[in-house]
Design a protein around this ligand. Structure first.
Ligand code: NCD
Ligand code: ZN
Length: 345
């Protein structure tokens, strides 16, 4: 039985670091184990220009603990006003690694997102030409569509037509939560990948709703039925290079989560790797963990894999704080609901 596993240092291809006091508190939790992360631009106001991205990157670098080896990979928040030339320039200078598409109103701080996808066409065409990936929050916002169906409907109504309209556009479907998304990614041989979060490998919608509402399990896209969780686990552990880790670690303070209108987001940065090793071991796929956390993402983003290694070892129960303190208030750490035994040594 494998009790120790050495893998290339992981990257996180979807991460919310926030800003200010929250950034200072949560950044060390990711920088400890991850070499790079795609930094989500949904600040208030959002990161829309190259100037915004450069300034945000500088704030992240300034908040890094002494000696940390962590590179933030910046993104721009696509709006209907985004300028294609500015995107191309930000990419050419190495400032940005991707552009993020939020359908307006789909999730936290997405009000400035896209309503009319035609308005974004010139930017998307430029991105296809220069090979710059588009990270997509794949949910429709139509109030008629049930929240549990919003990802599957998005594929048919928005994503597939958009990909046909802009051939060659490289797309990452972010935080996929359905067997429909897994099937769509698997059926498309080129230019389409997906990130999978840690928490969607662990929880289904019962975890949120049975026995009392659990606000710390509420995130968007919301966790679906068990059959979907199983499809995500199969995809993540399959070895298919088009699936890789994007934790979507999304901190909100406890008062904002435990509220009559609670915020969406699970904070998984502190225990993500312990949980993933547990999941991959359960699936008999520990030998595929490195692909999911450290190889498939860089391959899609056309970046080298990290040279440094980390070692995970299995032993006594891993303890971690149930919450971390931040200057804005406490933030609860995701509880997988089972004991963890894998630690990064
Ligand atoms: C994210 C956040 O809080 O910024 N929330 C979430 O539930 N995942 C936004 C997002 O990625 O949808
Ligand atoms: Zn997110």
């Amino acid at each position: 039985m494998t009790q120790s596993l050495t893998i290339r240092r992981p990257d996180d291809w979807h991460l919310h670091l926030r800003d200010g006091a929250m950034l200072a508190a949560v950044l060390p939790e990711s920088a400890r184990h991850f070499a790079r992360a795609i930094i989500m631009p949904n600040l208030v106001p959002p990161v829309v220009t190259g100037q915004d991205a450069a300034a945000y990157r500088a704030r992240i670098m300034a908040a890094l603990p002494e000696g940390a080896d962590f590179t933030p990979l910046m993104t721009l928040y696509l709006t209907e006003e985004t300028d294609a030339r500015e995107v191309a320039a930000a990419h050419a200078s190495g400032l940005i690694t991707a552009v993020k598409l939020y359908p307006a109103g789909a999730t936290t701080n997405s009000a400035s997102g896209v309503r009319d996808f035609n308005a974004a066409r010139p930017v998307l065409e430029t991105m296809a030409e220069i090979g710059l990936p588009l990270c997509v929050h794949g949910e429709v916002t139509d109030p008629e569509i049930d929240i549990f169906d919003r990802e599957a409907v998005f594929i048919d109504r928005v994503l597939d037509p958009l990909r046909r309209a802009v051939p060659g556009l490289r797309v990452v479907m972010e935080h996929v939560t359905t067997k429909d998304a897994v099937a769509y990614v698997t059926s498309e041989p080129r230019d389409l990948a997906a990130t999978i979060t840690t928490h969607h490998l662990v929880i289904n919608r019962n975890h949120i709703l049975v026995g009392g509402i659990k606000p710390h399990y509420y995130c968007l896209p919301v966790a679906k039925r068990e059959e979907h969780r199983l499809a995500l686990r199969a995809a993540a552990t399959s070895g298919d290079a088009m699936f890789f880790l994007g934790t979507d670690s999304a901190p909100h303070t406890d008062p904002l989560k435990e509220s009559a209108c609670g915020c969406a987001g699970c904070f998984t940065a502190p225990n993500t790797l312990s949980i993933l090793a547990h999941v991959f071991e359960q699936e008999g796929a520990l030998d595929r963990l490195e692909g999911f956390t450290s190889l498939n993402g860089p391959a899609f983003y056309r970046l080298p894999a990290n040279e440094a290694r980390i070692t995970l070892t299995k032993g006594d129960r891993v303890t971690y704080p149930s919450k971390i303190e931040t200057g804005d208030g406490p933030v609860t750490v995701f509880d997988p609901g089972f004991a963890l035994h894998w630690r990064v040594s």
